[in-house]
Write a protein that binds this ligand. Structure first.
Ligand code: M3L
Ligand code: AKG
Length: 445
């Protein structure tokens, strides 16, 4: 008897139903609704299809192994037939894809449902086909092998997956610091690429010798991508004056957190440049590698990790007059790529947290798991403290690295900006992999 059937058998006659969702089982009975612990080990359909969660420090293997061939007018990648509709829809010729915009010109659903290959041939690197509707297409074998490979391999270029280094405080201190330089055209691409490589590998980058001005800081950030407008404005230059009704605009200590958990799409990058701090002291900056903390939690308490990966939490920004910003749905603290199981995002902000999306009687499970994560985040060896100095810009991946600050006295002025996740990953992967490889992976990634 399967474990699910055994589970159903175990339930008494009064249960009027079971609903499984996201690994949880909710029992509807005359006594009301209760949600059991996630079915971590049961072979239920959801958990069987959900990929195991992992943090992922190694990028997927770039080699596209195996072979792509055409036999009897059937294109195959590693012995699997490639559906004709997909092949025809992904013809890359100039009449099917706009040469400049790279957008599909072909009307996908004008393709006959019974489209077939009338003639075909292959060379070392390509497969050529003539379709039953007379159209001719060519496909690189690399594209076909990539399209037939694992979800993680297909995500490599799309998500800019490169090897990453998890770090604690001692390790963070060894990360190569970068030095600002500027040519006529502004910050050279080589420096931008170095900044983005550090951001992708470590989740943060420190750039020294930046001119101590909002203008130079904004110019540097804009070389990565455009700065995101929010209810705080765009490029920010702030101090402890509650100009915006958020504790960042005060002098109190802020524990390690990620920003903008109240946005459906939290800011991708955040940057700080301390412009001045006079008539007082304190305000040290804190960075914590959320992916390193997640890895530690996964090793120490898999159940707690699963809870933080599966229970959605709401957040809000409600300080400013007439504003109460919340995401369109709740999101888990540990966000994963459903296709691969890879950790993609840490959303952690106790100040801005709103509802926990569990039946009220069940929320203890979330607090228990969150407390364990909080303890890991607050381990001294995980806390990288640095007193920012004018001239140093720190940029960090707000989807991975948490930040905070010590309380301070006196007048402290910081400028910086947010950059969207999709925009900085776009810039990174084009610089890292090259435009050709990025565009070449669109159909298969
Ligand atoms: C815009 N600036 C960075 C100055 C302040 C942003 C406040 C962010 C807020 N505390 C949060 O955790 O999302
Ligand atoms: O003032 C600082 O150093 C950090 C403020 C902060 O955490 C934020 O703006 O999100």
């Amino acid at each position: 008897m399967s474990s699910m059937r055994a589970f159903r058998f175990m339930l008494n006659a009064r249960s009027i139903g079971i609903r499984k969702f996201a690994g949880h089982t909710t029992i509807f009975s005359r006594r009301g609704i209760s949600t059991t612990r996630p079915l971590l080990n049961a072979t239920t359909s959801e958990s069987a299809t959900r990929r195991p969660y992992f943090v992922g420090t190694h990028s997927p293997d770039a080699r596209t192994l195996g072979k792509a061939v055409v036999e009897n007018n059937v294109v195959k990648t590693n012995e699997h037939a490639v559906p004709n509709i997909w092949l025809r829809d992904n013809c890359q010729c100039k009449s099917c894809v706009h040469e400049d915009t790279k957008q599909r010109l072909l009307d996908t659903f004008s393709i006959p449902e019974d489209i077939s290959i009338k003639a075909s041939s292959e060379t070392k690197d390509n497969i050529d086909v003539e379709w039953s509707d007379g159209h001719k297409s060519q496909y690189s074998k690399a594209l076909l092998l990539s399209a037939g490979s694992t979800a993680d391999k297909r995500a490599r270029i799309r998500q800019g997956l490169v090897d990453i280094d998890l770090w604690d405080a001692p390790k963070a201190k060894t990360v190569l610091r970068l030095t600002f330089s500027e040519s006529q055209e502004g910050t050279p691409d080589s420096l931008v690429h170095s900044i983005l490589k550090n951001l992708r590998r470590y989740g943060f980058a420190q750039i020294d010798s930046v001119p101590v001005s909002p203008q130079a800081t904004e110019s540097l950030l804009s070389r990565i991508s455009f700065i995101r407008e929010t209810h705080y404005g765009g490029f920010y230059d702030f101090t402890a004056d509650l100009a915006s009704k958020d504790t960042a605009y005060t002098n109190i200590a802020l524990e390690a957190h990620t920003d903008t958990t109240y946005f459906s799409d939290p800011a991708g990058l955040q940057a700080f440049h301390l412009l001045s701090h006079t008539e007082g002291s304190g305000g040290q900056s804190l960075l914590v590698d959320g992916f390193n903390a997640a890895e530690q939690l996964l090793k120490e308490d898999k159940g707690a990790y699963e809870v933080l990966a599966s229970v959605n939490v709401q957040a809000h920004a409600s300080g400013n007059e007439g504003i109460s910003i919340m995401p369109y749905k709740g999101f888990p603290v540990l966000g994963h790529d459903e296709a691969t199981g890879r950790l993609l995002q840490v959303r952690w902000n106790s100040s801005d947290r709103a509802a926990i999306e569990l039946p009220l009687g069940e929320v203890g499970r979330w607090y228990e798991a969150a407390r364990k994560f909080d303890r890991i985040l607050k381990r001294k060896e995980n806390e990288y403290w640095e007193q920012l100095q004018p001239g140093t810009v720190v940029i960090f991946d707000n989807w991975r690295v948490l930040h905070g600050r010590a309380e301070f006295t006196g007048k402290r002025r910081i400028c910086g900006g947010y950059i969207n996740r999709d925009d900085w990953i776009s810039k990174f992967k084009v610089l890292e992999f090259g435009q050709g490889e990025v565009l070449g992976s669109l159909a298969s990634g």
